[in-house]
Design a binder for this molecule. Structure first.
Ligand SMILES: [Ca+2]
Ligand SMILES: [Ca+2]
Ligand SMILES: [Ca+2]
Length: 365
């Protein structure tokens, strides 16, 4: 079984390899579904560590035929296993639930001195293999982190440093499968139901913030793990938005719902003044695509990256595209009007006061 866009390793097996020291294997395959690179063909399990095993393969990828010679310096004992392993790539447009035949056309052992029973023939016979294209399986691993403005410059996500509403894109680098989510009110994001593999995490720069310069992370997700703290650190608000932030911190308890809403508003207004050319990005949506893995047996299905998060459709705006002064002025006015929260909210407490002091203590935020 294998999923579209996956690699499936197909063995050519032998029940008893007594006396075998050389084999010639010929087979053909459907080039519309499968692809094979001669350099990737390897000797099979019967040859052991294979320190002196040699493989020569010729692949005609137009005709879909393969000829493989494999040999060792001494004859094998009574072992069973695979003569060779062929890592086929399954086409990304292969139809799920369809099957494709690997037609074993000839196997010759020790230049014909050892007979093969049943002997493969060109066309259908009992030695042929069948690959079933399956829907990609789902993993149960995860990747998570935070986006924050590091006001006190300690590289830690602190009170009042969360940046909500930031778009994070996750790409499985082996398949190109891509999914998106946005950060929550606490600045966190999480991708769940992931398969193990190599991923690239990309942050869409929140335009109101001074970029720390690291907007891409490359990670390897190991099976059975939850990869945490894949964080994106911003250096603080850009100068044209600091008035809004000070106003917000003055009238609203840091970390309160109203405060989070106000911070989101700052980002939203910042983007609205700079995103006039990016309206098309509204169409962002969560997608589910297959990832690929391979296994020695060729029976392990490929994996899928999925997310239960919904893409925000937030405009993706280049940070260099900051607003001109004129539009910034109007943005500030609009933001203040939109906040409209009463001074001195009822859930104020000493922690909030301390946090406000902390934020004010920084010239960056
Ligand atoms: Ca055959
Ligand atoms: Ca911090
Ligand atoms: Ca950044």
């Amino acid at each position: 079984m294998s999923a579209p866009d996956a690699i499936v390793s197909v063995p050519v097996n032998i029940d008893s390899a007594t006396g075998v020291r050389a084999a010639e294997i010929r087979l053909s395959y459907d080039t519309s579904v499968l692809d094979l690179d001669a350099d990737d063909i390897d000797f099979g399990s019967i040859w052991g560590t294979g320190s002196d095993t040699q493989v020569t393969a010729n692949v005609d990828d137009a005709a879909g035929t393969v000829v493989i010679f494999v040999s060792a310096s001494s004859a094998l004992t009574d072992v069973s296993g695979s003569l060779v392993e062929l890592p086929f790539s399954v086409a990304n447009d292969a139809v799920v639930d369809s099957t494709t035949v690997l037609d074993l056309t000839q196997v010759t052992l020790n230049e014909g001195q050892i007979s093969v029973d049943p002997a493969p023939v060109s066309g259908s016979d009992s030695t042929d293999g069948l690959i079933t294209i399956t829907a990609a399986a789902t993993g149960d691993d995860s990747i998570s982190g935070f986006v924050y403005a590091d006001a006190n410059n300690d590289n830690v996500v602190g009170t009042g440093e969360a940046i909500p509403g930031v778009t994070i894109t996750l790409t499985n680098t082996s398949t190109g499968a891509e999914i998106q989510t946005t950060t929550d009110v606490d600045g966190s994001y999480e991708f769940t139901d992931l398969a193990p593999g190599d991923y690239e995490i990309v942050q869409s720069q929140p335009v109101a913030y001074l970029d720390s310069g690291v907007n891409e992370l490359t990670v390897t997700l190991v099976e059975g793990t939850a990869l945490e703290d894949q964080n994106f650190r911003e250096l603080g608000l850009l100068p044209q938005y600091i008035f809004n932030r000070l106003h917000t911190n003055t009238v609203l308890p840091v970390g309160s719902d109203n405060w989070n809403d106000a911070i989101s508003d700052i980002n939203t207004f910042a983007e609205s003044t700079t995103s006039s050319s990016s309206a098309s990005s509204e169409a962002a949506s969560s997608s589910v695509l297959a990832a690929s893995t391979s296994s020695a047996s060729g029976t392990e299905p490929a994996t899928t990256a999925t997310s239960d998060s919904t893409a925000s459709g937030e405009p993706l705006v280049d940070e260099s595209n900051t607003s001109p002064i004129a539009s910034t002025v109007s943005t500030v006015a609009t933001a203040q009007a939109a906040m409209g929260s009463p001074v001195g909210s009822s859930d104020d407490d000493s922690d909030d006061t301390a946090a406000v002091d902390e934020v004010f203590a920084s010239n960056l935020f």
